[in-house]
Structures are given as C-alpha cells and as structure tokens.
Ligand binder design. Structure first.
Ligand SMILES: Nc1ncnc2c1ncn2[C@@H]1O[C@H](COP(=O)(O)OP(=O)(O)OP(=O)(O)O)[C@@H](O)[C@H]1O
Ligand SMILES: O=C(O)c1ccc[n+]([C@@H]2O[C@H](COP(=O)([O-])O)[C@@H](O)[C@H]2O)c1
Length: 214
C-alpha cells in the first residue's frame, strides 16, 4: 500500500482540531477536489468578518449530491487543503470519514451535542445556498447552527432568491451584524459580500485533464 494513504496516516487526518469552551468556530465543509485560493479567500474572510477564533475545514468523504467518479482520495484532498490554507487559525480535518458521516446534519448534530459550549457557524459559498433545499434535513441544519454564505461569481444573484433563502428570510441577519452571528440563537444567517474569486475545483480538474491528454 502507498505509505501516504496508509491507515496510520489516515488516523492523523481524521482527528478533530483542539478547541476550548466559548470559542467561536467556523465549519467550512467541502470536497476540496482540489483546494484552491478561492477557498482560502472564503476562509480568511469568514475568520475576520465573523470574528471567529478558529475555522475548521471539514474535508468530506464525498458530497452526497456529487458524482464521486473523479474524487481524489481523502488523504490527498486533506493534504492539498493544508497546503493551500496555511493560516494559524485554520485547521483541516477529514474527521467525518472516521465517524462514517455522509450528511452535514450528522456532522453538525454531533458537534453541537458533544461540544455544546462552543459557538459553531456553518460556512458555505453562495452556490451551495442555491441548492441548499436539496440537502438532507436542511431545515434542521438551519435550526442547529447559524449559517454564513459567502458571495461567489455565478451565484451572487441566484442565492438571495433561492428556495432556502426565501424560506429563511425572516432569520436573515444584517451584514453589519456578522461579527455577532456565532453567538446568535439559530436560525440565523448572513450573506457576506466582499472580494470574489472566480476559481473552482472543476475548472482546475478540467485544465489538468486537458494537459494530461496533450
Ligand atoms: N471561488 C469561490 N468563491 C466562493 N466560495 C467558494 C469558491 N470556491 C468554492 N467555494 C465554496 O467552498 C466550499 C467548498 O467548495 P468545493 O470544494 O466544492 O469547491 P468548488 O470549487 O465549488 O468545486 P467544484 O467546482 O468541483 O464544484 C463550498 O461551500 C463552495 O461554495
Ligand atoms: O448533507 C447534505 O445533504 C449535503 C449535500 C451537499 C453538500 N453537502 C456538504 O456541503 C459541503 C460543500 O460541498 P462541496 O462539494 O460543494 O464542496 C460539504 O461539507 C458537503 O458534505 C451536504
């Protein structure tokens, strides 16, 4: 077996990062197939704008709504995310795989129950807000944790009129109140505008595919 992906190595990537009572922690889930600077932008903006103590990058074993045919191994995606998102308050983990979690509501339920004295915020790009109503138990997610949406080219106009955004409209928090979001009782969500990145993992994969077939 390739040493890099051995079970021993995997155990190191599936640990939960350390944290303490009262900490404000952003949960930034994703495929990161591969990670890119757009992810770093969202993570850094979330840290600053939401006044977070830490941001945990949760590298999913596989988005339940995406085809896994070209999904790189978890260890490789975690390593890539650690390389791209170097920041003292950003921690990358693949812990959902070790727990056997498929859906984000499982992850959020587990974290909010077992670490009930932390203040978690779920973070996602605007494209995920557009399809959020397709997620397993999305209304329960909104009841469990405040949510921050970060603007993304291509979804900037669609996200605010998405089905989930309309259903949750009355819980929307003004952007100027974003620093207090982590302490708000859910449902509560904010739409963050700011610097945008046009990068995407699918475009990177497509470019790699073209150059490998040349
Ligand atoms: N350029 C970006 N701007 C804002 N949010 C982004 C950007 N790229 C990714 N995100 C967000 O980061 C999280 C993880 O995204 P993911 O790993 O699926 O990357 P992706 O570039 O969207 O991948 P793909 O192109 O394969 O769908 C998601 O919440 C996604 O909305
Ligand atoms: O729980 C669900 O039904 C669900 C559906 C789609 C996506 N997600 C999660 O959303 C996060 C972003 O996924 P992705 O592939 O857009 O990077 C990641 O943590 C996924 O596990 C979760």
């Amino acid at each position: 077996m390739n040493q890099r992906f051995s079970p021993v190595h995997l155990s190191g990537i599936t640990r939960l990062p350390p944290s303490g009572a009262g900490m404000r922690i952003g949960l930034f889930g994703g495929s990161f197939n591969p990670a890119h600077k757009g992810h770093l932008l969202v993570a850094e903006q979330a840290l600053t704008r939401l006044g977070l103590d830490a941001l945990w990058v949760l590298v999913t074993p596989g988005n339940p709504l995406k085809n896994r045919a070209d999904l790189a191994p978890l260890a490789q995606r975690v390593e890539g995310a650690r390389t791209v998102m170097t920041h003292p308050r950003i921690k990358v983990t693949g812990f959902e795989a070790a727990k056997g979690f498929t859906y984000s509501y499982q992850t959020i339920r587990f974290l909010t129950r077992t670490l009930g004295d932390r203040h978690f915020v779920w973070i996602m790009g605007a494209d995920n807000m557009v399809g959020f109503h397709h997620w397993q138990r999305w209304r329960d997610i909104a009841d469990m944790v405040p949510i921050a949406i970060y603007v993304r080219p291509g979804s900037a106009r669609l996200a605010p009129s998405s089905r989930a955004a309309e259903a949750l409209e009355r819980y929307r928090v003004d952007e100027s109140d974003a620093p207090g979001l982590a302490l708000q009782k859910p449902p509560a969500w904010v739409y963050l505008h700011g610097r945008q990145s046009g990068l995407s993992s699918s475009a990177i994969r497509a470019r790699r595919h073209v150059s490998s077939t040349k």
